[in-house]
Ligand binder design. Structure first.
Ligand code: FES
Ligand code: FES
Length: 208
């Protein structure tokens, strides 16, 4: 008694219907708002390309101009835009040393450096070590002592050894080990690399 017939258990009441309709309408409006909020507000991909910055730096002794997006690493710039594929991308997170290049004569992991940070600097890759047909003493030492297997670590290893030899013409085994401590050789060619460094040291001093 006193109740509305349409409010009985198991039936959809008018008030219940209006309540659920209201909730549905509110939910739809929330979803619309959420969709709007998720719409991209930043530049479209094409505009992002237009946002590239021109940088100038020296690459293997040559003045070089390149356009780079803000997030591009030096490794990506070298390999993907400048065709310097000697520098290897392996871990891409600073753990293996395969991407080692020289920046103003010092070794860096190019996967950890933004391309923009090379602006005005001097970058040397493994392609820039030889002089004409004459291999760098470290490269020659690696060839003579067979200091590689798969070769993936080799360019980075050679760059670390070359940087070490430039500041220490006759490194001991311990100094060599320290010099290449940031470079991992999964094939385990370390002994041959040490021999290659002995050979490189002799060659750099004018030995035969
Ligand atoms: S690829 Fe850069 S440290 Fe491994
Ligand atoms: S030669 Fe294969 S990782 Fe060093």
């Amino acid at each position: 008694m006193g109740g509305h017939a349409d409010e009985g258990k198991g039936s959809v009441s008018r008030r219940g219907f209006l309540k659920s309709a209201g909730v549905a309408a509110a939910a739809t409006s929330l979803i619309d708002d959420a969709k709007k909020a998720m719409e991209p507000v930043g530049p479209a991909p094409a505009a992002a390309v237009r946002g590239e910055t021109e940088i100038r730096f020296k690459l293997n002794g040559k003045e070089t101009v390149a356009k780079v997006p803000p997030s591009m690493t030096l490794l990506e710039l070298l390999r993907e835009r400048l065709d310097m594929t000697g520098t290897k991308q392996v871990c891409d997170r600073g753990a293996c040393g395969a991407c080692t290049v020289h920046l103003d004569g010092r070794t860096v992991n190019s996967c950890l450096l933004l391309a923009m940070d090379a602006t005005g600097r001097d970058v040397t890759t493994v392609e820039g070590l030889a002089v004409g047909d004459r291999l760098h003493p470290v490269q020659q030492g690696f060839v003579e002592e067979d200091a590689m297997q798969c070769g993936f670590c080799t360019p980075g290893m050679v760059m670390s050894c070359a940087a070490l030899l430039a500041k220490n013409p006759a490194p001991t085994r311990a100094e060599c080990a320290e010099g290449i401590s940031g470079n991992i050789c999964r094939c385990g060619t370390y002994l041959n690399i040490f021999r290659a460094m002995d050979r490189a040291s002799a060659l750099a001093k004018g030995g035969k």
